[in-house]
Design a protein around this ligand. Structure first.
Ligand SMILES: Cc1cc2nc3c(=O)[nH]c(=O)nc-3n(C[C@H](O)[C@H](O)[C@H](O)COP(=O)(O)O)c2cc1C
Length: 403
């Protein structure tokens, strides 16, 4: 049975949700599922904006057929060629053989690469600023390269002021009937997953996100229709502001994220002692993660969220504890910058981890280090509390203004 919703007088949401998927991109856990959005415009021409993942293919095809209610599909616009949005192109062509495809110069080679299908005579190649009239609605196209693939573009419906934003402004999480941001509590229930999605999937490309924000901000936008998660139809500044912060690598929260690794509990103890002392010094926003039990995508998300990071790790075979090393590599790959960082190392015979972590942090852009080789020998001792309190003083001084 079809399962769609009206977005505007002429536009329908024809997507669906996958609540069985364990890991998005076979990497990121999605305990709340994932939505794949697709939109269908009924005008003199019928126009579909992107397709969906195979996982919800049957539902999607029923939705399209249900909305078309006897009409044929004239156009498919491909804003993003990633397979979770393109798996149904061949099925659509079987059902609607006269369907034309609109994309940019980088879209069509990818169709060939992934699917090798014969679409000669169906290609309509558009470029930045081109317009397309479907009847009452005029669409124009905005290139958004590397947000987050090179062929990504956005489509703007000038008539109803709808921005089809591809993956931008998307989030992990399945939709459950309430597909609009004003029907859910985004800040309470979705923001963390939205940040985790952005920072891990697009986080590296802050410059490119800034470029596209500059292009879309002058537009009058009433709806943002992303390919994942809720549709924005009020308070658009909220999500635009978040994207502006994240893509400039500016923290959202003045506070501390303590990420520790620990085998026998001693580095963990040092992290807890630090957290308690920070709280006593008035720091309110403190997040403590045992990184062995926290997916690295959560750590990346909180690294974007918090202004100050504390990384604590044992030495392991004269190197950094592997889970911490992996997190540091991800931080660098995702371009994390502009943070103040303190490092606590640990080791029983030759503690190296503090020095090695600090060296990795120094390779990242605009990182300020508050410590220099702060090493614990096996377990934190009374004699080191003075040095720890000095660090607490520096952190609290920056976060709450006084030690
Ligand atoms: C496989 C392995 C390799 C280690 N390599 C080193 C090392 O190279 N240098 C060192 O000082 N300690 C080394 N250690 C010891 C731990 O770093 C040390 O005991 C630390 O205090 C453990 O902290 P934790 O209680 O938080 O797990 C190693 C431990 C293990 C299990």
């Amino acid at each position: 049975m079809y399962c769609f919703r009206k977005v505007t007088a002429d536009l329908y949401w024809v997507g669906g949700s996958d609540r069985r998927l364990e890991r998005f991109e076979n990497m990121f856990p999605v305990p709340k599922g994932i939505a794949y959005n697709s939109y269908l415009l009924l005008d003199e021409k019928t126009v579909l904006f992107d397709t969906v993942d195979n996982a919800i293919g049957r539902q999607f095809l029923e939705n399209v057929e249900g909305v078309l209610s006897g009409r044929v599909l004239d156009y498919l616009i491909i804003n993003h060629m990633e397979p979770d949005h393109c798996s149904l192109i061949a099925d659509l062509l079987l059902r609607y053989p006269d369907m034309q495809i609109i994309g940019n110069a980088k879209t069509f080679p990818m169709i060939d690469q992934f699917y090798g299908m014969d679409i000669e005579g169906k290609k309509n190649i558009i470029k930045e600023g081109d317009t397309f009239s479907c009847g009452k609605h005029t669409l124009h196209f905005i290139m958004a390269p590397m947000v987050h693939w090179p062929e990504v573009m956005m489509t703007y419906d000038e008539t109803d002021k709808v921005l089809f934003s591809a993956d931008a402004f998307g989030t992990f999480g399945a939709l459950g009937g309430n597909i609009f941001n004003d029907e859910i509590d985004f800040d309470r229930d979705w923001l963390d997953e939205s940040r985790r999605y952005y920072t891990n999937i697009v986080g590296k490309y802050g410059v490119q996100v800034q470029n596209v924000l500059k292009k879309i901000c002058p537009l009058k936008i009433h709806y943002i229709c992303s390919l994942h998660g809720p549709i924005w139809r009020n308070n658009l500044e909220y999500i635009l502001d978040k994207y502006n912060l994240w893509s400039r690598y500016e923290p959202e929260v003045k506070g501390v994220m303590i990420a520790y690794a620990s085998m026998y509990g001693n580095t963990e103890n040092a992290a807890d002692v630090l957290a308690v002392r920070l709280a006593c010094a008035g720091v309110k926003n403190i997040a403590v993660h045992d990184i062995s039990g926290t997916h690295v995508s959560e750590l990346i998300s909180d690294s974007f969220k918090y202004s100050h990071l504390v990384l604590a790790s044992p030495t392991y075979n004269a190197g950094i504890y592997p889970v911490m090393a992996n997190y540091l590599d991800d931080m660098k790959a995702l371009n994390i910058q502009n943070r103040t960082v303190a490092v606590l190392g640990n080791g029983t015979w030759a503690p190296m981890s503090a020095k090695l972590i600090e060296a990795k942090i120094s390779e990242m852009k605009n990182m300020t280090l508050l410590t220099e080789n702060f090493a614990i020998k096996s377990a934190l001792k009374e004699t080191q509390l003075g040095a720890l309190d000095e660090l607490v003083g520096k952190l609290a001084g920056e976060i709450v203004g006084e030690a």
